[in-house]
Design a protein around this ligand. Sequence first.
Ligand code: RP5
Length: 163
Amino acid sequence: MEPQVGLIMGSKSDWPTMEHAATMLDALGVAYETRVVSAHRTPDLLFDYARQAADRGLKVIIAGAGGAAHLPGMVASQTALPVLGVPVQSRTLNGLDSLLSIAQMPGGVAVGTLAIGKAGAKNAGLLASQILALTDRSVADAVARFRAQQTQDVLNNPDPQDH
Ligand code: RP5
C-alpha cells in the first residue's frame, strides 16, 4: 500500500515517542512512511520532503520534535497538507519548550498541536486516521471499532482495584 501519512521526526532519539503514532496507524490499517528530517541539521531535506509530499500521495504529515521544535511549523510552511505536531518531551524542560515551539504558530500557517509525549503521538496517529476516514470507509470503520472497544474496556473494568 502507498503511504498516506508521512511520520517524520527531528532525530532518531524521538522514535520512542513517535512509535506510538506508528502503533496507532498500524492498528487502524493506515499506510505510512517514517523518516528522520531535521529542521536544523537537514534543512534542505525538510524543504524537499515538504514540497514533494502531496505529489507523492501523502495526505497528512505527522511531525514530532523536541526542544526548539521547528520541524512541524517549517513543514507546514512548505505544504498545504494538514500537519500534526507532536511535542517530544525534552530532558531539560520536560517538553514545555517543544509544546510552545509547535503551538505558537503565527496566524496563517496552521499546525495541529497534540499533547506532549506518548499521548500526543498516539493521538496524532488517531487524528491523522480520522482525517483520512473522511474519504476512506475502511479507515472510518477501523476508527469506529477502536473507539467502541476503548469504551467497552472502561465499562468492563469499573473497579479501579481490580487487576
Ligand atoms: C530535536 O532535538 C529533535 O527533535 C530531538 O527531540 C532533539 C534532540 O535531538 P538529538 O540531539 O537527540 O538528536 O531536533
